[in-house]
Ligand binder design. Structure first.
Ligand code: NAI
Length: 242
């Protein structure tokens, strides 16, 4: 289904990003695995994708929040793969705390990673998408970007911003055949939510369980190929934000 396509996935050495990279590889896509620091984990994802699915997979260490480093990384990806067809902005962090007491750096680092990081990759990949007159951008937002969440004003603001970015980019690039969508996950079992297993909010999930990374990977695979869908925010949240 994605044979011959190249996908860039940020934060792909673990969690949701890793699941998306593996899913896309299983569908035949070549993968650029963007990681922050864990080279061994990123290399393992690449090796597994190559061996299991016969696709090309290369890892790139890159701080998504750094405009110039992202520019250099995208240039390396272009040199290695020729072009990019799919971009998944998944890298994200939390620095939870009440807004009234939040340190400036806890606000800016979350916005710089989650929101500006996505802008950086969209900005530097757009030239290839425009040249190809084809592209699918998928931004991993969060249900808290739709609803807000006490203790996560920085994170919710970054994810709400990502939704605004998604819709604006979708409008700007639609006429060139480039689509941009967001996924808003609810509670998904990963390292990020390790401490959430007994969060009382979980009882409010209509489907009665945390999500799996595969639930998000399947949604990403859908959006990668849903040729008449753009500017959408797809909740994959067990119904918690309906
Ligand atoms: P995770 O913490 O397991 O993975 C996040 C990845 O992003 C890590 O590999 C990390 O190294 C990478 N990363 C962080 N900062 C980076 C930077 N500056 N440059 C490059 N890479 C960086 O988290 P998880 O759960 O897999 O989350 C993935 C995405 O899904 C995040 O954007 C998160 O906000 C979002 N999300 C997760 C939910 C959940 O319940 N797990 C719910 C809603 C959204």
């Amino acid at each position: 289904m994605l044979k011959g396509k190249t996908a860039v996935v940020t934060g792909a050495s673990r969690g949701i990003g890793e699941a998306i990279a593996r899913k896309f590889a299983s569908l035949g896509a070549n993968i650029a695995v963007i990681y922050a620091g864990n080279n061994a984990a990123a290399e393992k994802v690449c090796k597994d994708c190559q061996e299991s699915y016969g696709v090309k997979a290369v890892s790139y260490q890159c701080d998504v929040s750094d405009f110039d480093i992202v520019k250099q990384t995208v240039a390396s990806i272009k040199a290695d793969f020729g072009t990019v067809h799919i971009l998944v902005n998944n890298a994200g962090i939390t620095r939870d705390g009440l807004c009234a007491m939040m340190k400036e750096d806890d606000f800016s680092s979350v916005v710089d990673t989650n929101l500006k990081g996505a802008f950086n990759f969209i900005r530097h990949c757009s030239g290839m998408f425009l040249k190809n007159r084809e592209g699918s951008i998928i931004n991993i937002a969060s249900v808290v970007g739709l609803t807000g969440n006490a203790g996560q004003s920085n994170y919710a603001a970054s994810k709400a911003g990502l939704i605004g970015l998604t819709k604006s980019v979708a409008k700007e690039l639609a006429s060139r055949g480039i689509r941009c969508n967001a996924i808003a996950p609810g509670f998904i079992k990963t390292d990020m939510t390790e401490a959430q297993a007994d969060n009382p909010l979980l009882a409010a999930v209509p489907l009665g369980r945390m999500g799996e990374v595969s639930d998000i990977a399947e949604a990403a695979a859908y959006l990668a190929t849903a040729n008449y869908v753009t500017g959408e925010v797809l909740r994959v949240d067990g119904g918690i934000a309906m």
